[in-house]
Design a protein. Structure first.
Lengths: 189, 187
């Protein structure tokens, strides 16, 4: 029994489980949230579910929804591959499963952060709207053809705890790759 | 083992391509709809006049009754009816402005609302506006308006915080004149 347990790549197993938990959590809790005013406008972003809210109406943008489905399926495939691999790390096909699965959560975290930073920079450049990645800031909106009126909005943004779950999941999958040599070298594997 | 690698590659391609091609095919006759869902148009409609509040012409503000003067502090209280014409429930969190003598452009006081008020769509609530005199107001009213029972004033540099959105109106953007009682009237 001990020998069987020693054959398991526990980092990979934990990475696969955490990735599945991350998918479920991210459907409900966004990784990053932006609020304008007192919830007049909201953006709830995660790679598997991105929604916007305005004046009490919640909606998704179809193209972003498609990208979310891609991320969801990618993470799901990665989690399944990591789980199968972690239970039989010494099989001839296991290395392929590991290579398929271990990088994807990290890439999705990185693409999400890069996409978020790019979106914020584009908003600053094109719309002259200063959006914080974390924390609060006030931004003044210009009203065309109207003088003497200024509108200042409070923008509050921040990464949520679900983003932390994603980082942990990605780190565990990377750890599984680093641990692979050790577990694959167990005699009898 | 190449078979496993091939299957995994096919899975990667499939889960990447199918959702994007699917949504592109769904919206092939309406590519704008890919990025602008119908809800955005509905929200725009609400602000352009289709909402319950009657559009985005701004809130309607009407003074109710004469201003009351506190004999001890000299503070003036003015009730105001504030109609929410926005298409959403709002909270009037704060409102402030400088009260200026129309005739001389002198800063007589600072106006602010007594407490925040929540106003549902299309409804009207009474808001109490407090006017506190500046240090120089007494001297100005005694020397230049002593014979006037009421003084015509205007609100300038008005700032309103509605549900976290701060709207600032400078002197040119707002000309809301009203008469307030002169506590130092010598008639």
């Amino acid at each position: 029994m001990n020998g069987l347990l020693a054959k398991i790549n526990w980092f990979g197993f934990a990475g696969g489980v955490t990735t599945i938990i991350m998918i479920a959590v991210s459907m409900v809790y966004p990784w990053w949230q932006l609020t304008v005013g007192d919830n007049l406008l909201t953006a709830n972003a995660s790679p598997v579910n991105t929604t916007f809210g305005a004046l009490g109406t919640s909606f998704a943008i179809p193209f972003i929804w498609a990208l979310n489905v891609v991320s969801l399926l990618t993470l799901l495939a990665s989690a399944v591959a990591m789980l199968i691999y972690s239970l039989v790390p010494g099989k001839s096909y296991s290395k392929h499963l590991l290579d398929f699965g271990y990088k994807k959560p990290l890439f999705i975290v990185l693409f999400f952060v890069i996409g978020l930073v790019a979106t914020v920079l584009i908003c600053q450049t094109v719309l002259s709207l200063s959006i914080p990645l974390m924390g609060s800031t006030t931004s003044t909106l210009s009203i065309p053809f109207v003088s003497g009126v200024s509108i200042t909005v409070l923008l509050t943004a921040g990464f949520q705890w679900s983003f932390g779950v994603a980082v942990v999941g990605a780190a565990l999958c990377i750890a599984a790759r680093l641990y692979h040599k050790k577990v694959a070298a167990v005699p009898g594997v | 083992m190449d078979k496993i690698k091939l299957i995994l590659t096919l899975i990667t391609i499939t889960i990447t391509v199918v959702p994007i091609v699917g949504v592109l095919l769904t919206y092939q006759d309406n590519l704008v709809g890919l990025f602008v869902p119908p809800e955005i148009n509905e929200i725009a409609d609400k602000f352009s006049g289709g909402g319950d509040g009657g559009g985005s012409d701004g809130p309607q503000v009407e003074p109710v009754g004469p201003p009351e003067i506190d004999p001890v502090s000299g503070t003036i209280r003015q009730s105001i009816e504030f109609k929410n014409t926005f298409p959403i429930d709002i909270t009037l969190k704060s409102m402030s402005g400088d009260v200026q003598c129309v005739e001389h452009g002198f800063d007589l006081g600072v106006a602010s609302i007594e407490e925040p008020v929540s106003i549902p769509v299309g409804e009207t609530r009474t808001v109490t506006l407090l006017i506190n005199w500046t240090d120089g107001a007494e001297g100005h009213l005694k020397s230049l308006h002593a014979t006037e029972e009421n003084v015509e004033v205007t609100l300038v540099n008005v700032g309103v915080d509605i549900s976290g959105i701060q709207i600032g109106l400078d002197q040119n953007a707002m000309d809301q004149r009203m008469e307030i009682p002169n506590p130092w009237y010598e008639g």
